[in-house]
Design a protein. Structure first.
Length: 126
C-alpha cells in the first residue's frame, strides 16, 4: 500500500505497517454479471499493544490540527475500547468533535462522540 501511495505522489505518513496483520482483501465472485459471493481474507483481532501505541501517537499529534475526526473500523479490530476511550478523551480536551461509524453492539465505547452511526448486520438466508 505504501509503495502504491508513494508511486501516486500521495503521502503515507499515517500508515503503520505491522507484519503480523494483513491488509483485508475482499474477493467478489461474479457469474453472468451477478455478484454471487464475497470471500474476505482478514485479521479481526485487536491490534498488538505496540502497534496501538504507534497509532495513538500519530492520532494525538494529528488531533491538534483537525477540525473533526471520523473513527470507523467496522469491527475489524482496529478500534478497541481502550483506543476509543483514549482518543475520545484527547479529542474532548482539544474540543475536536468525533464522528463514529461502527458495526457493533458496543456503542458505549464511543460515549462522548458528537455522532455515532451504527450499521446493522445483514442476515443471510439460504
Amino acid at each position: 500500500m505504501q509503495k502504491c501511495l508513494r508511486g501516486a505522489n500521495i503521502g503515507d505518513k499515517g500508515i503503520i505497517a505491522d507484519a503480523k496483520r494483513v491488509t483485508t482483501v475482499k474477493t467478489r465472485i461474479i457469474a453472468k454479471h451477478h455478484h454471487v459471493v464475497r470471500v474476505d481474507h482478514e485479521r479481526r483481532e485487536p491490534l498488538r499493544a505496540e502497534t496501538q501505541e504507534k497509532l495513538l501517537r500519530l492520532l494525538f499529534a494529528a488531533l491538534k490540527k483537525l477540525d473533526a475526526l471520523v473513527l470507523s473500523d467496522y469491527d475489524k479490530g482496529l478500534i478497541t475500547d481502550d483506543l476509543a476511550d483514549r482518543v475520545l478523551s484527547a479529542a474532548h480536551q482539544l474540543k475536536v468533535p468525533v464522528f463514529v461509524g461502527v458495526k457493533t453492539r458496543k456503542l458505549y465505547a464511543y460515549r462522548g462522540s458528537r455522532l455515532v452511526t451504527a450499521t446493522r448486520r445483514k442476515r443471510v438466508s439460504w
